[in-house]
Write a protein that binds this ligand. Structure first.
Ligand SMILES: [Zn+2]
Length: 401
C-alpha cells in the first residue's frame, strides 16, 4: 500500500533523522541511510527539509575515501532561537539562545518576585523583545519560551500553585500572559527543576541518574532518572524542603510544621542560628562569608546542615539510586563543609551498592544553571519529534501553496 499523506511524505522520517543528528555529531547521507534503513535519495530529501527549516547545517567535510568528500550534516545554532527566563526570589535573568543552547544576548534585573506578576512579566516581555533584536533575530525566529519560577508549578498548566514567596502569583496563567505577546509555546517549571536540567546539560551529559539539590533561601531537589526530568503527578516531585529531620529540634518552619529540613539547613535558618550565637548574619551569603573567613561556629553549623540534608538524601538515594548528587544554590558556595556533612551521613547510612560509585559534588554551573536550564526546557520542546514533525508539515504546506 502506498501512503501519500503528508506525514508519510516526510515529517516522521525527517524527525527521525533529526533526532539522530541532535547529539551534535556530524554524519553523512550514507551514514544516515544506513542507520535509518531509508534510501539514500530519501535521506537527501529529508536533509533538504531540515536545512530549509534551519535546524541543521553542513558540518566539516568527511575524510575523503577517494573522489570528492561527502558532505556531513549536524545540528546547528541556525537562525532559530528560544527565550530563557529565570525568575528568582530577588532577581530576573533572561537570555536569547540558539538551538544548541548558546546564549546570544542576555540581561538581568533586581526585581523581587514579590512585586507580583504584572511588574515582573512586563519587564520580561520588554526585555525579551529587546534581546531578540540584540541577537540579530526577529520575533519570527523565536520558537519557544522556557521559564523557571521560585515555587511549586503545576506541570500541566504552567501555573504556580500556592507559592510561599510569590505573593500575587497563585494560579496565575504565566504561559498565557507571555503567549499573548510572543505567540509561541511557553514552558514553565520550578527553578530547581530547570537548574537540574542546566547542570546536567553542561556538567553531566552522560549521566542518566542525577539529583540536583538547591540549598538557598529554600531547599528543593530536581530529579533526573533514566535521562528524564521527573516531575511526578502534579509537578512537585523533588520538593524535599518540608520533610522532617528527626533529631532533637523544634525549629518552626514557615509552612507551619516543625522540624522541616528547610527550617534547619536553609541559608536564613543558619543565619538565624548563628545570630543567636552572637554572630552577625542575615542571609545565605553572610553565612557563606563567615565560613570562608574560617569562623568555627559557622563551619560547625554548615557541616551540621550537611548532615541533616544527608538524612533526607538517604531516603532519596534508596528510592532513585542516583550516580551523581549535585549541591547548588547560595549555600553550596560554602563549599566542602556542606558537602562533607552530606557525605558523612550518606556513606555511613546508605547501602554499599548504592554508594559504590555515587559522586556527591558542588554545582559547577553556578548562578547561570537556571537560565541555561530554562533554555534547555524550551529547546527540548522545540526539538521534540512531535514539534519537528509539525514544522515539516507546515513547510510542506507552504511549499505546496
Ligand atoms: Zn516546612
Amino acid at each position: 500500500m502506498v501512503d501519500i499523506s503528508p506525514t508519510a511524505l516526510g515529517s516522521s522520517a525527517t524527525s527521525d533523522i533529526f533526532q539522530i543528528l541532535r547529539d551534535g555529531r556530524p554524519r553523512t547521507r550514507t551514514e544516515l541511510a544506513r542507520v535509518t534503513g531509508l534510501a539514500r535519495s530519501t535521506v537527501g530529501l529529508r536533509i533538504d527539509s531540515l536545512l530549509q527549516l534551519g535546524l541543521i547545517g553542513p558540518a566539516d567535510a568527511a575524510p575523503s575515501t577517494g573522489g570528492r568528500p561527502s558532505s556531513q550534516f549536524a545540528l546547528t545554532g541556525g537562525n532559530k532561537v528560544v527565550l530563557a527566563v529565570d525568575i528568582g526570589a530577588t532577581h530576573v535573568r533572561i537570555a536569547v539562545s540558539d538551538l544548541v543552547g548558546r546564549p546570544l544576548s542576555e540581561d538581568a534585573a533586581d526585581i523581587p518576585v514579590a512585586k507580583g506578576p504584572e511588574e515582573v512579566l512586563h519587564w520580561v516581555i520588554a526585555a525579551g523583545d529587546k534581546l531578540v533584536r540584540e541577537a540579530g533575530r526577529s520575533v519570527d525566529d523565536l520558537l519557544a519560551i522556557g521559564v523557571g519560577l521560585p515555587g511549586p508549578v503545576e506541570h500541566s498548566s504552567g501555573r504556580p500553585i500556592n507559592p510561599p514567596i510569590m505573593p500575587g502569583w497563585d494560579n496565575v496563567d504565566v504561559p498565557e500572559r507571555l503567549q499573548a505577546h510572543f505567540h509561541v509555546p511557553v514552558l514553565v517549571d520550578n527553578d530547581v527543576n530547570i537548574m537540574a536540567l542546566g547542570e546536567r546539560e553542561v556538567a553531566w551529559p552522560e549521566v542518566d541518574h542525577l539529583i540536583f539539590v538547591k540549598v538557598a533561601t529554600g531547599i528543593g531537589a530536581g530529579v533526573i532518572s533514566r535521562g528524564m526530568l521527573q516531575r511526578g503527578a502534579q509537578g512537585v516531585a523533588g520538593d524535599i524542603g518540608h520533610v522532617r529531620v528527626y533529631r532533637d529540634n523544634d525549629a518552626i518552619c514557615h509552612c507551619g510544621n516543625v522540624g522541616c529540613i528547610e527550617a534547619l539547613a536553609s541559608g536564613p535558618a543558619l543565619a538565624k542560628a548563628l545570630t543567636e550565637q552572637g554572630l552577625a548574619a542575615e542571609t545565605s551569603q553572610d553565612v557563606v562569608e563567615l565560613v570562608r573567613a574560617g569562623n568555627p561556629k559557622a563551619i560547625q553549623a554548615v557541616r551540621q546542615a550537611g548532615r541533616d540534608l544527608g538524612e533526607i538524601l538517604n531516603a532519596c538515594i534508596s528510592l532513585i539510586n542516583p550516580s551523581v548528587i549535585v549541591l547548588g544554590g547560595a549555600m553550596a558556595r560554602a563549599g566542602e563543609h556542606l558537602i562533607a556533612g552530606v557525605r558523612e551521613v550518606v556513606y555511613a547510612r546508605s547501602m554499599p551498592l548504592a554508594t559504590q560509585h555515587l559522586q556527591i559534588t558542588q554545582s559547577s554551573v553556578g548562578a547561570n544553571a537556571a537560565v541555561l536550564g530554562a533554555s534547555i526546557l524550551a529547546i527540548h520542546h522545540v526539538l521534540s519529534p512531535e514539534s519537528v514533525e509539525a514544522m515539516v508539515v507546515d513547510l510542506a504546506d507552504a511549499v505546496g501553496r
